[in-house]
Structures are given as structure tokens and as C-alpha cells.
Design a protein around this ligand. Sequence first.
Ligand code: GLP
Length: 244
Amino acid sequence: MLVIRAKNYEELSRKAAKYIANQVELKPNSVLGLATGSTPVGTYKELIRYCQEEGLSFRKIRTVNLDEYYGLRPDHEQSYRHFMDHNLFDHIDILKENTHVPDGLTQDPCAFGEAYDEMISVLGGIDLQLLGIGSNGHIAFNEPNQHFVAPTHLVKLSQNTLEDNARFFDSIDEVPPQAITMGMRSIMRAKRILILASGVNKAEAVKGMLEGEIDPMLPASILQLHPDVVLIADNEALSLCTPE
Ligand code: GLP
């Protein structure tokens, strides 16, 4: 894994956006795997700037998102569909029909998961997958578990994640207890992966991901097995790592 250090969140966002913009420029019909959470917001802002001020076009780009809260309607303020529209898609020249977010209202998560993974294959697979990391080491909503789960699936969120994400809701009781998440198969099949980590509350997870054993109890550690992963992290997120 290539580690790129940024001095702070702003620099991290600039570097990440440049990385993604290069992908879009070099392969204008790329399939981008996209993430939600507070970490990529600055990156998306910068991508909007690239599009609006520097002529970077997303016209032929296709996107697949990692996850969605189970039971939230797409127009719910905290749905990940709403997040993506609001933080990126509404401000760039992407065609909405080329953007895909898991269906949080599906009645049959199992069949939906199969269909979502199949759709990703039909698109040609993910060219560049953007990831954040949870403070417990989750990627997408793949929570610490006894084993890695391969397909897109319904997952019960851990107490730790409910607490972390409660900040976006009026109270922790309003955080949906389940989510539909891309599994490890589609993530690990991505040709390239870019993972972002910012802040001291990610330091332990980042250390485990980089220096620990590959362990489903720290889901991001699976990335050690991928041949093309770039981590862009700020000083705080890297603060527990052994200096090179
Ligand atoms: C969320 C998302 C993840 C994200 C992570 C970290 O719950 N499902 O895709 O990477 O948790 O979020 P944040 O960037 O807000 O710390």
C-alpha cells in the first residue's frame, strides 16, 4: 500500500481530488466506486471545482456507491443517495442515470445484492474505488466480523458505528440499525483503490490496517492483499503508525 501523507484535511482533499481527476481525465468513461461519510466531502468539493472551473467532464463517468442505510427513502436527508446528490452529483455534469446507490428499500436484500454485484460486473468492474475508514476499521459498512463477507449484503451496524454516525441524526435512536453494503468481492476486484483517513479518531484503525494482521475484525486490513491501494492520510490519522 502506498501511503501519502497530508499535513491536514485540506491538503488530503486536494491530493485525493487530483488523484480522482487524473482517473477521469485519462479514462473519461471510468466506473468510479464512491463513498459517503464526512471524509470525502472536501474531495467532492474540489472535484466540483475541477468540473466547474477547469472543464473536467464527468459526462461519460459511471458511478457505484458503496452503501445505503436500510429503510431510508432516497429523498431522506440522511440517505446516502441524498448525500451523493447534494455533495457531488447535482454540481457536476454527470448523468444521473449513470449513478448507482444501493436501494435501501429493497424487500429482498439477498437478490438485490446479487443484482448489484452483477450490475458492477456488467459495467466492466470498478476502475477506481474511493473508500473511507470507520474508527473500528470498517470499510463501506463491512463491520468487524468473524469472516469477510463477499457479496453485497444486508448488515447489522455495530454499536460503535451507530455512535459514530449519530452525529448526523437528531439522536442515536434515529440511526438506522441496518444497511446494505457492497461486500469485499466487488471492493477487492476494483482495479485501483484510494482510501482516505483524517483525524486522530482514525489513528488506531489506520495503524491496524497498515501494520496489523489481515483480520476480519479489522475489515480494512484486507486491503493489504490488493495490488494497487493508495492511502492518503493526514498527520493525525498517521500519528500511531511507525515512522518510515
Ligand atoms: C460510514 C460509511 C463509510 C465511511 C465511514 C467513515 O459509516 N459507511 O463508507 O467510510 O463510515 O465515515 P467518516 O468519513 O464520516 O468518518
